[in-house]
Design a protein around this ligand. Sequence first.
Ligand code: ATP
Ligand code: MG
Length: 559
Amino acid sequence: MSTQPAERRDFIRDMITSDLASGKHQAPITRFPPEPNGYLHIGHAKSICLNFGIAQEFAGARCHLRFDDTNPSKEDQEYVNSIQEDIHWLGFDWKDKLFFASNMFDFFYECAVALIQKGLAYVDEQTVEEIRLQRGNVNTPGQASPYRDRSIEENMARFEAMKNGEIPEGQAILRAKIDMSSSNMNMRDPVLYRIMFAEHHNTGNKWCIYPMYDFAHPLEDAYEHITHSLCTLEFENHRPLYDWVIENCPVPSRPRQTEFARLNLTYTVMSKRKLLQLVQEERVSGWDDPRMPTVSGMRRRGYTPAAIRNFCHTIGITKMNALTDVALLEYSVREDLNAHAPRRMAVLNPLKVVITTLPDDTEEPIEVLNNPEKPEEGNRTVLLTKEVWIERDDFMLDPPKKYYRLAPGRTVRLRGGYCITCTDYKTDAEGNITEVICEHIPGTIGANPPEGIQCRAAIHWVSTKHAVDAEIRIYDRLFTTENPDAAEDGFLSVLNPDSLSIISQAKIEPALATVEPEFHCQFERLGYFVADRRDHVAGTRPVFNRTVALKDSWAKKQK
Ligand code: ATP
Ligand code: MG
């Protein structure tokens, strides 16, 4: 399957191309290694498009899905399931290459033992505080632990005791013996294993020692014969440790780590810890709340896999950290939906129009194009009746210049139907307009009005007799500032209180009431909408989410 048309070039693909040319590898083997401690977000999508993308582009290549599940305290089967579903939805597949780091615990243990045997690892039994104080800082070298020079036999015995649950949590760790004065803090005898009496979602209570990321990750890569281990830039100064582990452990292959810039988006937080907090504190309805930057949230919002892949393609792969404008993602969504979503009519803020010149029982079939930009997608029939709903802001008593829609004495076209002229209107006691009275101009379906009558706009409408009530959810950005991570009082202080508004009695054309969940369409003149994956029930409870407005109304509001 190929998901991207254009051939792509970036420094990682160039490196792979030259590794193949030199004969270093026959084919690249990459991996996507999520920790199952949250749902995938748009940053993960970037990494997925890179790793699985490479597997699609190079002959004989493949990409593994590996759950980096080495920390039982935060991991959960729910996350394992959602991650697989999201990757498939994005259009990628690991085939039979599904791995769990937790299935490699024996191998990690063997490697730790091998390091001890070589005199390259020791069990440190100081307190966490003592160890912290000895680490030094960038300007001060660290100090050696009093346990640093234990004998191999003693280290073996104590590590065995750690493994057997004979030492309480926090009272011993296994450390690599590297260099306490290294200018790279990661090399100052980093922790390899810690004690944790926690039940693991895969291995249960078999283990009470768990490997640290920097030790386990290179071993996982080597175990799976990964050729190119691609990670984000924060890990650049962990690379010497990655290489040290590969160099000194009995590994079956020699993977190489290469870093690229992570994705950061304006008006968005991406850290799983913060996303979890939003969920746990019920600031959003769940991981798949349509305002969340998660893959499942974007799916529910109505973003499409192609739009997300195109976005990842557009931003490309570089070594420069940057803050990407979320408007670019929204642009990509609009582009894809504009090309593929059919058009339908819905009125969000309804105002009744009575066409006095039509007989009471009028049901005039009107042919409207499913997609005015793609006539090949055919027509559908909607029924025009004596009373129709129009959008409240398509009528004005005192229209300003350049307002070409309905007003007393003015003529507009009901999309696909007649031109109608406003002759009167009704108001309630407070002066609010409750009804607009019009006359239709016979013969104007598919034809211009007679000479001398100006009709400069076509507005959308729904027959009051056939309209179905629907709930429409209008989403806005979750945060009010570009960089919520930098907010002085924390990211929660800049939550947008108006990020969700619910319209409970919008009027939709009847065909919309029976679509299946995840049906995408453009509500003419309003934006792109999707039938909600969770709450929409075809035929009984129509619920639509606004995916994105037609144009960037936010930018206008900001001005
Ligand atoms: P977070 O920092 O949001 O908690 P993480 O890096 O801890 O994310 P993992 O599950 O460990 O989450 O990530 C799996 C893979 O996705 C890693 O290879 C990581 O580099 C990549 N990844 C995570 N966030 C981003 C991002 N914002 N941009 C690009 N790649 C990312
Ligand atoms: Mg991580």
